[in-house]
Ligand binder design. Structure first.
Ligand code: C2E
Ligand code: CA
Ligand code: CA
Length: 515
C-alpha cells in the first residue's frame, strides 16, 4: 500500500519518528560519526557514536528490529503462522485506542484442487512461492505476510491513519491483479485467481487477535461462497449471518442424530406401461414446529457441518428399509434413486460401504440407482470420483445423470461413467407442450440418448399436457408433481395401489418412436 503525503504537523512528526527509528537508520551511523569527527574532532566522534544509537533505541528502533527478525519461512520468505499470530497480536495492541487502524487480509487461490490435480507437487510449490512473492511486492516492508493454509495467505497491514473500507478494497484488487499475472512453469503458463476477505481492526470483534484473524477468514469464506475472484469485508451483518448459520448447523446436526431427517419418496413411472418404475429418495427434515423442510434449506448447513456422509448413510438406510417393506408387501418397486453429492462421491470407502449395506439388507445392487449431478461429472478431474462411479457401476448399481442440460458433460464422460439414464432437467420440461423451442431441445436430447443407447427420464413434469408430449416424443420415464409430490414412506403403499388400479383402466398413449 503506497503512503499518502502527511496532511498535518502531528502526522509529519509521526512519520519522521517512524523513519528515524527504522532499521535503515543504522546504515547512517558511520557517516554521522565521520561527519562529527570532521566538524568537532574526537570528542564529537565519541558523542555521536554513543548518542545516535541511544536515540535510535529510545525511539523504538530496537523493538522494531526484534519484531522484524521474527522467524521467516525458509521457502517463501514469509512469516511463520505462529510468529504471524504474535505479530497480529502486537499490531492489535498498537492500534487499539489510537487513531491508527490496521487490517487483516485473507487470500486463497480459487480452485486449488484442480491446480493440484494438474501439476506435480513441486510445480504447485513454485506457483505458491510465486504467489508469496507477489504478495510481498504489493505490500510494504512493515506489513506482515504468512502462508496460513494449503493455498491460503494472510497479510496484516502495519498500522496507518485513515485506513478505511475503500483503501482495503483497493488493496484487495491490487493483490488479485498481482496474483492473476501469468506464471511461467516449465514451458507452460499457469493462470491462477484468488478470493479475498478482510477485516479492519476497527470493525473486528473486540475480544482478541485470534478472533480478528477468524473474522478475516470468515469474510474470505463469504467471498468464496459468492464464487471465484470475489472480495468481501467483515461486518456486523456478516457476523450475525454467520451466527445464524452456525446455529442452523448445530440444529441440523442434532436433527440428523435424532432421526428428524429422512427420505420422502417421489414416484417415477414408465411412459410405455404407465407402471411405477421406481422412486427418488429426497431428504426431508421433519421439523417439530415447521413441518417438512426442503433440502434446499438445510443441505448447505449439512455440508458446512461436514455431515453429508452421515446424511447419505441415513438416507440409504431408510431407502433400503423401504425397498424391503415394498417387497414384503408384494408391490413391485424395481429401484430407488438416491442423490449423491460431489463430496460424498469423493469418499474412497463409498463403494465398499454401499456394497456392505446392500448385503446387509440382502438387496441386489440394481435396486439402487445412484443419482449424480451433471455438474459433478463435468468438473470431475479427481480420481476418486471417477473410480467410485465406475466401481458402483461394476457392482451393478444403475447410474442416473441428474439435472441433465445444466452442466456440460461430454459424451465421452457419459460413456466413461457408465451412465444408464439421463434425467432431463425441469427447465427443459416446463411448458414443453406449448413451447416449440422446448420441444426441439427435448427431441434433440432424446435423439442423442437413443443413439448412445441410454434411457431418459423427464423431471418436473407438472401437467397432463407435458406428460403426454414427453410420452409421444419417446421419453422413457417421467417424474414430477403431475404424477405425485414426494411423500413419506407410509403413504407410498396406498399411492402405488391406487395408481396401479388406474393404469389397468387407462387407454395407452400412442408413442412416436423412431425405432
Ligand atoms: P433433484 O435431485 O433435482 O430433485 C428434484 C427436486 O425437484 C426435488 O426437490 C423435488 O421435490 C422437486 N420436484 C419434483 N417434481 C417437481 C415438479 O413437478 N415441479 C417442481 N417445481 N419441483 C419438482 P427437493 O426435494 O427440494 O430437492 C432439491 C435438491 O436437493 C434435489 O434436487 C437434490 O439435488 C438435493 N437432494 C435431495 N435429497 C438429497 C439427499 O439425500 N442427498 C443429497 N446430497 N442431495 C439431496
Ligand atoms: Ca435427483
Ligand atoms: Ca434433478
Amino acid at each position: 500500500m503506497r503512503l499518502r503525503p502527511p496532511t498535518t504537523l502531528s502526522e509529519f512528526c509521526d512519520r519522521l519518528v517512524s523513519a528515524l527509528s527504522g532499521p535503515q537508520m543504522l546504515a547512517f551511523i558511520p557517516a554521522l560519526c565521520l561527519a562529527g569527527y570532521w566538524m568537532g574532532g574526537e570528542v564529537t566522534l565519541v558523542a555521536v557514536a554513543l548518542l545516535v544509537p541511544m536515540a535510535w533505541m529510545m525511539l523504538g528502533g530496537l523493538d522494531k528490529l526484534v519484531k522484524n527478525r521474527v522467524a521467516r519461512m525458509p521457502v517463501s520468505g514469509l512469516v511463520e503462522p505462529d510468529a504471524f499470530r504474535e505479530r497480529v497480536q502486537g499490531m492489535r495492541e498498537d492500534v487499539i485506542g489510537t487513531e491508527y487502524n490496521s487490517a487483516l487480509i485473507a487470500i486463497e487461490l480459487d480452485d486449488f484442487a484442480t491446480l493440484k490435480g494438474r501439476f506435480e507437487p513441486n510445480a504447485v510449490d513454485r506457483v505458491l512461492k510465486a504467489v508469496g512473492q507477489r504478495l510481498k511486492s504489493v505490500s510494504r516492508d512493515t506489513d506482515v505476510i504468512s502462508k496460513v493454509g494449503d493455498s491460503r495467505f494472510a497479510i496484516c497491514l502495519a498500522p496507518v491513519k485513515h485506513l478505511d473500507l475503500e483503501s482495503c478494497i483497493q488493496m484487495s484488487g491490487r493483490i488479485q491483479q498481482a496474483i492473476e499475472e501469468p506464471i511461467a512453469l516449465d514451458g507452460a503458463t499457469v493462470y491462477v485467481t484468488a478470493s479475498v476477505g478482510f477485516c479492519l481492526q476497527a470493525r473486528a470483534p473486540k475480544t482478541n487477535s485470534q478472533d480478528w484473524i477468524n473474522a478475516a477468514l470468515a469474510a474470505l469464506n463469504e467471498a468464496q461462497r459468492r464464487g471465484p475472484t470475489s472480495v468481501r469485508a467483515y461486518s456486523t451483518e456478516l457476523h450475525s449471518r454467520l451466527k445464524s448459520r452456525a446455529n442452523l448447523r448445530e440444529e441440523v446436526a442434532a436433527a440428523l442424530e435424532q432421526g428428524q431427517i429422512q427420505p420422502w419418496f417421489q414416484p417415477q413411472i414408465s411412459t410405455d406401461t404407465g407402471k411405477v418404475s421406481g422412486f427418488e429418495a429426497l431428504a426431508r427434515w421433519i421439523h417439530p414446529v415447521r413441518g417438512a423442510i426442503s433440502p434446499v434449506e438445510f443441505l448447505p448447513a449439512i455440508e458446512e457441518a461436514a455431515l453429508l456422509e452421515r446424511l447419505a448413510e441415513v438416507i440409504m438406510y431408510h431407502t433400503f428399509t423401504a425397498l424391503k417393506a415394498w417387497d414384503a408387501a408384494g408391490v413391485n418397486v424395481p429401484q430407488v434413486g438416491v442423490n449423491f453429492s460431489g463430496s460424498e462421491l469423493n469418499n474412497p470407502r463409498l463403494c465398499e460401504k454401499i456394497s456392505w449395506e446392500l448385503d446387509r439388507f440382502d438387496l441386489a445392487p440394481e435396486r439402487l440407482t445412484v443419482e449424480i449431478l451433471e455438474t459433478v461429472v463435468t468438473d470431475t478431474l479427481g480420481d476418486t470420483i471417477t473410480l467410485n462411479i465406475n466401481a458402483l457401476h461394476d457392482l451393478g448399481c444403475q447410474i442416473d445423470l441428474d439435472d441433465f442440460g445444466t452442466g456440460h458433460a461430454s459424451l465421452s464422460a457419459i460413456r466413461r461413467f457408465g451412465v444408464g439414464r439421463i434425467k432431463i432437467d425441469r427447465s427443459f420440461v416446463m411448458k414443453a407442450d406449448r413451447d416449440p423451442e422446448q420441444q426441439r431441445m427435448i427431441s434433440a436430447i432424446l435423439t442423442m440418448a437413443e443413439r448412445l443407447g441410454i434411457e431418459t427420464l423427464a423431471e418436473g413434469v407438472e401437467t397432463v399436457g407435458e406428460h403426454a408430449l414427453l410420452a409421444q416424443l419417446g421419453c422413457d420415464y417421467v417424474q414430477g408433481f403431475g404424477i405425485a409430490q414426494p411423500m413419506p414412506f407410509e403413504k407410498t403403499l396406498d399411492w402405488i395401489r391406487t395408481h396401479e388400479a388406474k393404469v389397468q383402466d387407462a387407454p395407452a398413449i400412442p408413442l412416436r418412436r423412431s425405432n
